[in-house]
Design a protein around this ligand. Sequence first.
Ligand code: UDP
Length: 371
Amino acid sequence: MKKITCIVGTRPEAIKMAPVIKELRADENFLVTTLATGQHTDMLIQALDDFGIKPDVDLHIMRSKQSLDYVTASVLQGVGQFLDENKQDLILVHGDTSTTFAASLAGFYRHIPIGHVEAGLRSHNLSLPFPEEANRVLTDKIADLFFAPNKGDAENLLSEGIGREKIFITGNTVIDALYDILKRREGMNEPEFMQSVKSRPLILMTAHRRESWGETLKGICAAVSDVIHERSDVIFLIPLHKNPVVRDVIRESLKDFPDNVIFTEPLNYPDFVYAMSRSVFILSDSGGVQEEASALNKPVLIMRTLSERPEAITHGTGLLVGTERSKIFTEAIKILNEPEYLQKILAKNIMPFGDGTASKTIHEAIMKMFE
Ligand code: UDP
């Protein structure tokens, strides 16, 4: 029996690794361990729990105001110790976090093969997103199996000299996760926040990127207040990220709009999916949300200056609006006020991130590796 450890540290890793964990666990040839580093605590455990997964090992590394140095060093040591005590045949990491890179390094130091789920995404700018772009590039330098969501991601890997035989184009596992949840959400009650929304136009907003902390985040909130002044009927639903650097600024900046802003704690994944599907559009700087919005055919105003997911913009419902107050306001109002503009955005979507079978493709590639 082959031993595989799936390593996750944050909410998006949990959501996107969950379908892979479930798929591999169903194969009796594999002994699958889920290792949570605890780079996030509550949000990570909640996201795994939404898929019925409990971590087998939890390193609990999270500290308040933790630095990148601290996270990286703790994951490296913690995962290293686990691998010394529990010899593995393969580790799987996901995406672009400090957990992704540090856990890969721990595997690399022990000559354990590393499979990188969501490999090959590139913004081609090491500062955007920070430090995620560096985490991706560094992880792909030392990984052995590359699960690239799209052709463009595979081409990025090829151009960096990675052998074609190690790259598998899989689609993005977030679509597997989304379809799983959509199925399970059928028949469930409306989330509580819908009581204040009723039939008003709903806009879902999330913002947490490190490069937006401070004045940029205040500007984003000012754009939200501009939209409310122009369209007093709208409701913004804002699930606040747990990081106080983010939540305190957003709460303070929008405290004068209790009739137009609903603040919540981070939503569980089924409720977040419900909110996405119920929104007129989504305002977000998240990577995963760009992919999910495409699958749900919802416009997403991407508050970044660059995206490592060009498919969301070329073939999907993504609009790269940046973080400037006036640009966010103008696009938001255009979507709210011009139905033909909204229709034009929706018409171009061709489901760029896969058909919900990414974890099956990953499973097949892993079986082949062990042949
Ligand atoms: N998400 C969630 N609840 C929330 C906000 C986001 O379940 O309150 C999900 C969302 O659907 C997506 C993921 O969390 O799958 C995105 O996480 P985040 O924005 O933290 O990370 P990123 O995608 O930018 O890496």
